[in-house]
Design a protein around this ligand. Structure first.
Ligand code: GUN
Length: 295
């Protein structure tokens, strides 16, 4: 069997068209333009690319975008003061502080300081708590994108054995929580594997749906999956540069080997990545509607 390739690029395009239309209607009917502020501290090249992509997508969809680039030596107080200012700014419905932050900054304290109503990343403990009890205001973007990819590719989630590899606060833990809810597009049996797991392959071989966010190239090879599995590869690993100087990206899954056994698989790039940004746009639109009392 050669797998169906689940194109995040295509699914993201479809959702962006829907969002663009809704944003135009919001402007026409309510004179309301959703606004997103992005905050980048330092000069990490990958983060610069991500923030640039977020800004570009905002503009393409009709979202007001405001970018704050701060020097690497920015203090905790300065960053907190900017978040305070954005919390009070009526044009700004969503605030995104790009992670990771420089080591001298307390990330948790910064995320706690974002008004949960403007927390379009869904990283504030209030929003993560609401997600856990099945009443989310904002679903974190990457896990939400993963769920959409599964649903829109026609994957049966209800009753499926889902195995998540990786327990980060921004992917592993939230996707596990989303897929175990008693709701449409969920209701799965979920196992989370991590660096303390004794026999990773024992678990991954049982998976009907395998979600890999391990941060390690080739963490999953063909011998570790069963025939007919659906694989979502969240990894983004830079393994060198091409002749033209572009980063060479690979996921966490040995794509060439695993695609021969899988029913469906996401590529890297062009899988989960475009979905993350799209779900950020969806959350920003939602934030504007919530602020205006429209939902
Ligand atoms: N760094 C890597 N992924 C993300 C994300 O989804 N949001 C933010 N703010 N930072 C990130």
């Amino acid at each position: 069997m050669t797998a169906q390739i689940i194109s995040g690029t295509e699914v993201a395009k479809e959702i962006r068209e829907e969002l663009k239309q809704e944003i135009a209607e919001l402007k026409a009917k309510h004179n309301l333009v959703p606004g997103l502020a992005t905050v980048l501290v330092g000069e990490d090249p990958a983060s610069q690319v991500y923030v640039g992509q977020k800004e570009k997508t905002c503009i393409a969809l009709g979202i007001y975008s405001e970018r704050h680039d701060l020097p690497v030596k920015t203090t905790q107080q300065e960053l907190m003061a900017l978040v305070d200012k954005l919390n009070k700014d009526a044009r700004i419905h969503g605030i995104l502080v790009q992670l990771p932050l420089p080591k001298h900054i307390n990330e948790t304290e910064v995320l706690y300081n974002i008004n949960p109503k403007k927390d379009v990343d869904g990283f504030h403990p209030v929003n993560l708590g609401k997600l856990m009890i099945g009443e989310p205001d904002y679903i974190p973007c990457t896990p939400h994108g993963i769920q959409e990819l599964l649903v829109r590719s026609g994957t049966k989630i209800d009753g499926a054995e889902v195995v998540v590899v990786g327990r980060s606060n921004i992917v592993g833990k939230p996707i596990a929580n989303i897929l175990l809810q008693k709701k449409p597009g969920a209701n799965a049996t979920v196992t989370i594997c991590h660096t303390g797991t004794r026999d990773l392959a024992f678990h991954t071989r049982r998976a009907d749906i395998l979600i890999v966010a391990a941060g390690k190239p080739k963490a999953i090879t063909a011998d570790m999956v069963k025939e007919g599995v659906v694989v979502i590869d969240v990894g983004v690993n830079r393994i060198g540069k091409s002749e033209s100087g572009k980063d060479i990206l690979v996921g966490d899954v040995d794509f060439e080997g695993v695609k021969e056994k899988a029913k469906a698989i996401t590529p890297v790039p062009g899988g989960v990545g475009p979905m993350t940004i799209t779900m950020l746009m969806l959350n920003t639109l939602r934030a504007a509607k919530l602020a205006a009392g429209l939902i």
